[in-house]
Design a protein around this ligand. Structure first.
Ligand code: SAH
Length: 230
């Protein structure tokens, strides 16, 4: 493509990434346009990179793994929490035109929205606390959280469609996080462990500490049972 080294194969071969739509999406998104200029030469290394405000653009393999776990079709409605650079959102938007993304840092949200628009991705970005989801566009077939959370925000589960899938890194400690897939089938939740990961933390806002509705309290109760320590 450009001088930003597509000389080597991109994406690299990852044995467990087998969904052709995901591989195609990874091949199509110009990652060098989502990192600060000083890191462009490293954009096609399989590593996270700094994007400012103490945040990072995720490692490409993890982006591919999370995207694949969502099992997207061109009809899927997807919500992302943690827009960051907009890279993950662009990968999602390669597969479906129905992508919404929430970012807590206004400057990152604005830069990502502009970048995505400039590249022709119809992703809608808003500034806010992703723990609350984006009820106006719910239900979602897939929700992807790209920052580590101590717990599963019940509002996100509430906004999942039937058979909807939520991919979320759980854990407070940077060195002890697990990536989970949670599926909602006929109102019941299932979980599947995907990988050990390291993400920057999801920040909570005052709004997410407000009292919960009975529906969210019930989801929280189910989640507690689902993730009970053995
Ligand atoms: N998906 C991004 C990487 C995200 S890094 C990419 O492809 O570049 C995690 C992002 O989550 C950061 O930008 C951080 O500001 C944001 N974030 C942290 N807590 C949040 C919250 N409660 N709501 C929304 N975004 C949040």
């Amino acid at each position: 493509m450009s001088k930003w080294n597509r000389s080597r194969q991109w994406p690299p071969y990852w044995p467990d990434i087998t969904d052709p739509a995901v591989i195609q999406a990874m091949a199509a998104v110009p990652r060098h346009l989502f990192v600060p200029p000083e890191y462009r030469g490293e954009a096609y290394e399989d590593r996270p990179l700094p994007i400012g405000y103490g945040q990072t653009i995720s490692q490409p393999y993890i982006v591919a793994l999370m995207t694949q776990a969502l099992r997207l079709t061109p009809q899927s409605r997807v919500l992302e929490i943690g827009t960051g650079s907009g890279y993950q959102a662009a990968v999602l938007a390669q597969i479906t035109p129905h992508v919404w993304s929430i970012e807590a840092v206004p400057e990152l949200a604005e830069a990502a929205q502009e970048r995505l628009r400039g590249l022709g991705y119809a992703v809608q970005v808003k500034v806010g606390d992703g723990r609350l989801g984006w009820p106006e566009h719910a239900p979602y077939d897939a929700i992807i959280v790209t920052a580590a959370s101590p717990d599963v925000p019940p509002a996100l589960v509430a906004q999942l469609a039937d058979r909807g899938r939520l991919v979320i890194p759980l854990g407070g400690d940077f060195w002890d996080q697990d990536l989970w897939l949670i599926e909602k089938v006929a109102g019941r939740l299932r979980k599947e462990h995907l990988a050990e990961v390291r993400f920057v933390p999801l920040v909570a806002s005052a709004a997410s500490l407000e009292p919960e509705s009975p529906e969210l309290a019930e989801i929280r109760r189910q989640l507690q049972i689902l993730f009970e320590r053995r």
